[in-house]
Design a protein around this ligand. Structure first.
Ligand code: NAG
Ligand code: NAG
Ligand code: NAG
Ligand code: NAG
Ligand code: NAG
Ligand code: NAG
Ligand code: NAG
Length: 639
């Protein structure tokens, strides 16, 4: 019995790149689905408290407050005939024969909602937040099957930009997959089938520019070569791009197709090694307002399902698309470079423009390969399978921008990660859910400072700036390395950087680039800090286990006896560093102090004074109650 406890204590060893802090949160802002929603789409407008969630034959309009969630449910059933036809075909799974809402997007002021409608997709307009009506109005709309997939397991991406809707449809069955403009007043355009090889889409983003006509949209996807040999990698990660000013080609060439489509290969892996992650599952882009600078984060997996994140510079990608050679095309370009964003011009249609259309039609792929910054995937914990990611850009008190990634995992946890030029720092891990299902979707609101996280059972909202969790000392606040939080000297509190904070006159303290709390000037105080020992009366022949709560998983914990004559290592038991009766540990009398060392400083966390009362405890009682009783009592004290 006792040896079993010891074994499990030894098993939990602390890893270096683990989250520094672990929080279990039970925010009141959570919504439970009445039935599991295995596919969820989300729409959230920055600055609002409302989240639209598309589920199975249902749209949930969720309004979050600090006290709870108000919900409005709008039924969106499929036609019975569509369901019957679908079930007769039983394709690909009978379970998918319903109306799964795959797209909720706002284009200008029009709410477009599309669903799978049991294999024959349909779109509606959501009016007054309550009623679904047929799509009507000034804009033109493509066929619903170009916007929503027929089955929810097939990924589609939709992105509104300048009053138009852009849709990317993954390939499945007989559908080749496409990137289209599907709604709005601009001309509806599409990709040529030969440009994409069984694409599986992972994301899309607007790449802004100070000159409006140079605005582009990047699409992220993986191509799948069905005829690849077993020893060959079938996936290739890709970025495709188009210009939003694109109005298509001429009657004879690319009439209804993009004239600015180009694609590039994206690598994610260490240098030129064999260990590459080729299947891009999801991608997000952070750009500064109106600037063609920023970072793209891609979530990749390999053949064994291991997930990693690679980061790319938008400038690098931009540079490649505007300077690289085109695959299979070696002649010099005449006039302007093919595929570049140009203003609509009355003189267009000249010989050179037609020649350029031909170049794009047959050679849309560039030769340059896009490689990650830092040449390798981000150094994240390997035991967490990442299912979804969102990112935020935060202006810190040193007037620099910092990237923060939120990674949802297969176990329903969320990791908050700081990414700097030096690498990654895992600020914390949140355990949010009653049921540990995978995180299916997330939405971020930088303006209001909220993160929405959805699993098949629940949707929850978290604050991005959660500064009070870090404790009430300057050191704890600084060591958190959370760019949303700073130490307020005057009020002696760890607080969120207020909106409109003046970086020149403000006095908040932060230190994001390294873990260094020397700015706090608390070194002398830390050395002297003592806790008052809690007294424990020991029966002479019982086994004693002393618990010390682990707060920072980046600190080293040790026990010291009396005046630090000897150090004792701890046995780990989850969130406690436990001192137990192993060789050479005289757990009988004296003061035992648990010391945590981080950032070069040793801090006393807790201490116990063991007093031997000389009596002997009956074997039966000690062996059944002894260690577990003491651990349990100590746990109570600590709360
Ligand atoms: C939406 O609300 C407006 C104003 O309350 C009303 O006139 C209109 O009929 C509503 N539309 C629908 C489709 O219910
Ligand atoms: C969106 O708004 C712009 C400008 O207000 C307008 O030109 C365009 O036609 C609108 N698009 C749709 C689809 O209504
Ligand atoms: C797919 O793989 C096969 C086998 O290696 C190869 O011959 C073919 O060219 C590949 N297709 C593409 C489009 O790369
Ligand atoms: C567009 O027209 C302007 C003058 O109207 C001319 O200066 C410019 O070179 C033209 N651009 C292209 C790409 O033809
Ligand atoms: C910030 O504070 C400085 C110094 O007090 C002042 O000159 C500047 O105008 C302030 N900036 C803003 C944006 O308020
Ligand atoms: C922390 O910063 C101070 C001053 O900037 C420096 O002297 C010290 O060496 C740093 N400590 C660590 C552990 O990097
Ligand atoms: C403690 O000592 C007593 C008396 O020698 C003995 O009966 C009992 O079994 C011992 N308990 C343990 C846990 O060893």
């Amino acid at each position: 019995m006792n040896s079993f406890i010891l074994l499990s204590l030894f098993a939990a060893v602390i890893a270096g790149k683990s989250p520094r802090l672990k929080f279990v949160v039970h925010e009141p802002s959570r919504f439970h689905f009445t039935k599991p929603e295995n596919y969820i789409s989300m729409y959230h407008q920055e600055g609002s408290d409302t989240l639209y969630v598309g589920g199975q034959a249902m749209i949930y309009v969720l309004t979050f407050t600090d006290r709870g969630v108000r919900d409005l449910q709008i039924p969106a059933a499929s036609d019975q005939t569509a369901i019957d036809t679908c079930k007769a075909k039983a394709a690909p799974l009978e379970l998918e024969c319903d109306n799964f809402i795959t797209v909720i997007q706002k284009v200008n002021d029009t709410f477009i909602v599309c669903g799978t409608n049991a294999g024959s997709p349909r779109c509606w307009m959501l009016v007054n937040d309550t009623v679904l009506t047929d799509v009507q109005g000034s804009g033109q709309i493509a066929s619903a099957s170009d916007i929503s997939p027929p089955y929810p397991s097939q990924r589609s991406i939709s992105l509104p930009a300048d009053g138009s809707l852009y849709s990317a449809m993954s390939s499945v069955g007989g559908h080749a997959g496409s990137i289209r403009r599907t709604f709005g007043s601009q001309k509806l355009l599409k990709t040529e089938n030969i440009w994409l090889l069984n694409p599986q889409f992972a994301g899309a983003a607007i790449i802004p520019s100070s000159q409006k006509f140079k605005e582009e949209i990047y699409f992220f996807f993986s191509e799948f070569n069905k005829t690849a040999r077993v020893d060959e990698e079938p996936y290739r990660a890709r970025i495709g791009r188009i210009c939003t000013v694109d109005e298509g080609g001429i009657k004879a060439l690319l009439a209804d197709s993009w004239t600015t489509f180009m694609k590039a290969r994206v690598m994610c892996g260490a240098g030129n090694t064999q260990q590459q992650y080729n299947n891009m599952k999801q991608a997000v882009v952070l750009t500064a307002q109106d600037k063609r600078a920023g970072v793209m984060y891609g979530l990749f997996s390999n053949a064994w399902g291991r997930t990693v994140i690679c980061a790319y510079s938008i400038e690098d990608i931009d540079q490649a698309f505007s300077t690289s050679k085109l695959k299979g095309y070696s002649s010099p370009f005449i006039g302007s470079r093919p595929g570049m964003c140009v203003r609509k011009n009355s003189t267009a249609g000249g010989q050179n423009d037609i020649k350029n259309l031909g170049v794009i039609r047959y050679h849309p792929e560039i030769e340059d390969v896009i490689r990650p910054v830092g040449v390798a995937p981000l150094d994240l914990p390997t035991d967490d399978q990442i299912t979804h990611t969102v990112a935020d850009i935060v202006l810190a008190v040193n007037d620099e921008h910092y990237s923060v990634l939120y990674l949802g995992t297969e176990q329903g946890k969320v990791l908050k990660v700081l990414h700097t030029s030096e690498g990654v720092f895992i600020i914390s891990q949140y355990s949010l859910f009653h049921n540990e299902g995978p995180v299916l979707n997330m939405a971020i609101d930088s303006q209001k400072g909220h993160l929405y996280v959805g699993t098949a059972m629940e949707v929850q909202r978290l604050p991005l700036a959660d500064c009070s969790r870090y404790g009430d000392t300057c050191r704890e606040c600084i060591l958190s390395r959370d760019p949303y939080c700073g130490w307020d000297r005057a009020r002696r509190k760890c607080i969120a950087i207020p909106p409109g904070y003046n970086v020149t006159s403000g006095a908040l303290i932060q230190n994001l680039d390294h873990s260094n709390s020397s700015v706090c000037g608390e070194a002398a105080a830390l050395k002297q800090r003592r806790t008052s020992p809690r007294e424990v009366v020991v029966q002479s022949n019982t086994s004693i286990f002393l618990p010390c709560p682990v707060r920072s998983f980046h600190a080293t914990y040790r026990w010291e006896k009396d005046n630090c004559i000897k150090n004792y290592p701890c046995l780990f038991s989850g969130d406690f560093c436990v001192l137990g009766p192993i060789i050479d540990t005289p757990l009988k009398e004296g003061v035992f102090r648990c010391m945590a060392t981080e950032d070069g400083f040793k801090v006393e966390v807790i201490s116990f004074r063991l007093v031997n009362d000389g009596r002997l405890l009956a074997a039966s009682l000690a062996s059944t109650l002894g260690p577990s009783l003491l651990l349990a009592v100590a746990t109570l004290w600590l709360h």
